[in-house]
Design a protein around this ligand. Structure first.
Ligand code: GLY
Length: 349
């Protein structure tokens, strides 16, 4: 039976729904709530109901990163209050990263913490957001600025939900799978993905990817050092995502991170001699999946400004996580602006 054990909870596959029922029997919850958005209500709720036979109270929020904010939390808290939720209530988050992040945060802060379970429905949330215990919301246009560490009771990975997704969403999730292969000490994972004719998100690849993330989390849950490695590609990537958030050309998370990975791989070459052959391979692989995005000097300057707010920064310096080779991470690197500009040129050429 496939199952990944973290320090405090299990990430389960086929056995997940049985385990959910066992937890519910054991804990005797006073009420069960299910957090959905319009997408998961329309496309995933029936799958959930078929597999669990549960009829929880629905809490509906609007989809989209722009709604991952404290106003949506207030709606969730108010709905919980109006439906008489108490400390013995359970919240099940059915959705992508927005749902699992905001649901986890709302659960952590309601009555000083109620139990929650994540059922990720996107590839991105399966391999990243739903595991690792980070919860949070965006604030003042800065991603995940307000948040906590709070573990779910269980994560259920059911790839049936992936059948409801558009290719663009699958690609976005694949970017994190690819990133995990770059930061994993097992070089073969990167080579394997690069050699596949099309993007590979088989169950084995998914399990492997979650395992890579989980190893980082278990060793350094509160991100003192090692866990920062999971942010490879994210210093630039988050800033790019934030930059486009308020425009009509919004990028999905993985689309922004793909650019971040290319740029930060080039920075890795400039600062630590990461092999240019590998950097070029990374760029070519990602550009076959994610169309090139155009940047002008004013957008690059704005992205650099956004980076200055990045939560990993100390003393207003922009700190990068770079690679000297596949799986060899260098932490907290300050990169000159001129090198960042060069890396944007490399991406654009
Ligand atoms: N997504 C990065 C982390 O969970 O630490």
């Amino acid at each position: 039976m496939k199952k990944i054990i973290t320090d405090t909870y299990a990430i389960e596959f086929e056995s997940g729904y049985d385990s959910l029922n066992k937890i519910i029997d054991k804990k005797k919850y006073s009420k069960i709530f299910l957090l959905v958005d319009e997408n998961t209500e329309n496309y995933c709720l029936n799958i959930f109901k078929d597999k669990t036979n549960l009829s929880p109270n629905l809490i509906r929020i609007k989809s989209g990163e722009e709604n991952k904010n404290i106003h949506t939390c207030i709606k969730i808290w108010n709905t919980l209050i109006s439906l008489n939720a108490d400390r013995k209530s359970l919240l099940i988050n059915l959705g992508g990263g927005v749902i699992t992040d905001i649901g986890g945060f709302s659960a952590n802060t309601f009555n000083r913490g109620i139990d929650f379970v994540n059922i990720p429905t996107t590839l991105l949330s399966i391999v990243d957001a739903s595991v690792g215990g980070k919860t949070g919301v965006n604030q003042n246009g800065i991603k995940n600025k307000i948040g906590t560490f709070y573990d779910p009771k269980l994560v259920i990975v059911d790839t049936e939900y992936l059948k409801t997704l558009e290719q663009r969403q699958i690609n976005s999730g694949y970017c994190e799978i690819f990133k995990h292969s770059l930061i994993s000490k097992e070089n073969s994972k990167f080579e394997y993905l690069m050699d596949c004719d099309e993007i590979n998100f088989s169950l084995d690849i998914i399990i492997n990817s979650i395992n890579i993330k989980n190893n980082f989390v278990v060793e350094d849950k509160y991100e003192k050092k090692l866990r920062k490695g999971l942010n490879f590609g994210h210093t630039i990537g988050h800033a790019i995502e934030t930059h486009f958030m308020s425009s009509d050309k919004k990028l999905l998370h993985g689309e922004a991170i793909a650019i971040g990975i290319i740029i930060e791989s080039y920075l890795s070459k400039q600062m630590y001699g990461f092999d240019i052959v590998k950097v070029d391979k990374i760029k070519n692989h990602l550009l076959t999946i994610f169309p090139k995005v155009k940047f002008n000097s004013s957008s690059i300057n704005n992205i650099i400004k956004v980076m200055e707010h990045d939560k990993k920064n100390k003393d207003k310096q922009v700190n990068f996580i770079l690679l000297s080779d596949i799986g060899k991470l260098i932490f907290d690197v300050n990169v000159p602006k001129s090198t960042i500009l060069k890396a944007f040129e490399y991406y654009s050429e």
